[in-house]
Design a protein. Sequence first.
Length: 446
Amino acid sequence: MAYTFSGGIHPDDQKSYTNHVPITVLDGVGEHVFPLQQHIGAPLAPVVEIGAHVKVGTKIADAEAFVSVPLHSSVSGTVKAIEKRLHPSGVPVMSVVVENDGLYELDEHVRPKGKLTDLSPDDIRKIVREAGIVGMGGAGFPTHVKLSPPKEKKIEHVIVNGAECEPYLTSDHRVLLETPDLVLFGLQAVMRVFGLDTGHIAIEQNKPDAILLIEKKLSEYPGIKLCELRTKYPQGAEKQLIKAITGREVPSGGLPADVGAVVVNVDTAAAIAMAIQKGMPSIRRIVTVSGDAVARPANFEVKLGVPFRHLFEKAGGFKKEPEKIIMGGPMMGQAQVSLDIPVVKGTSALLAFSEDMTVYDESAACMRCGKCVKACPMRLMPLYLNMYAQIGDWEMCDKYHILDCIECGACSYLCPGRQHPVQNLRIAKQKVLEIKRAQAAAAQNK
């Protein structure tokens, strides 16, 4: 029986572009740009100066806050500048710029951390934090924070998320096929943090080769259970995955730890394994480069800081004029304004679409068909939320639980009137959060 959740949609997954293409390791470029905003949480400050020599794995930025992780250089060379550069969000942010010397000298701090059985839960959390590991499914939440829930929150389920439900994306699929031992070792490490004998790895049924390989590997990893997921979007969303596998529902405004669960992405698990086995911090990404405008769609292992342009060039350039470039998947990814923006920890894919694939029909009035309500994985009322968002009624947006929206885009995908609810809901969520923060600040000042 395949695990699944209520709601969701079935877009054409378009994974045949790259699901058969092995990962190619790319060298760095002359100049690497490391934006200091690559995770959710406190901002970083540089710990190097202009002119300093850095190596592969050298820490270049950090913060004292708990909800924060350091940033490391992915190349050796000289710090050329510390200045604002374009970020995938579309705005300039402070960045450390390193001129690559091409030698790739390894920092002396990069060394194995010992046997997993000799490491305590606190040791593992510290290793994960110092390695700068964040959720690599796109959210960018510091992983060591996820591994440090409040003491009253007993974790009973650890899940590695191999759903990869976004169309076009196959980077996690290839990681499962090419480095399954890293993923399973990373899962064991997380299980050890919580003292669990059982863990889960969840993979959608549209990846039969990965399911078969992991199934064969499980004899070497006692206690790990493979869960086949029904192919459906957004099956890889954290709350939907937890519901499908454990039957537990994360409460409104709650976190996975509230129902005793922790979920980590496939590449995050692999990064944990590399941090323990080799001492290597998070300095690389597996990135799918795809879309109808790309000449040779591919999966690349790339060093953080390389420009998007470099990946598209290595994929043969553009066979059609790209109308839109997206970082991430087409459902939840971010449109990009430049090919000179660097790869960051949250770059799971780069998609280039021609004009043939980008439809900008004029929207019609909502016809109350209810398709968005049926598809919403959070069981919200997108048509009413969209209406209240458009007229700026933030109180009603809050009343209709807009903060529970996971911004999956299922409502926009299905809308026969070409409405764009998810864009309006994103803006409304920010407005509601701003109001709540202002109210909280005012209450504290009384």
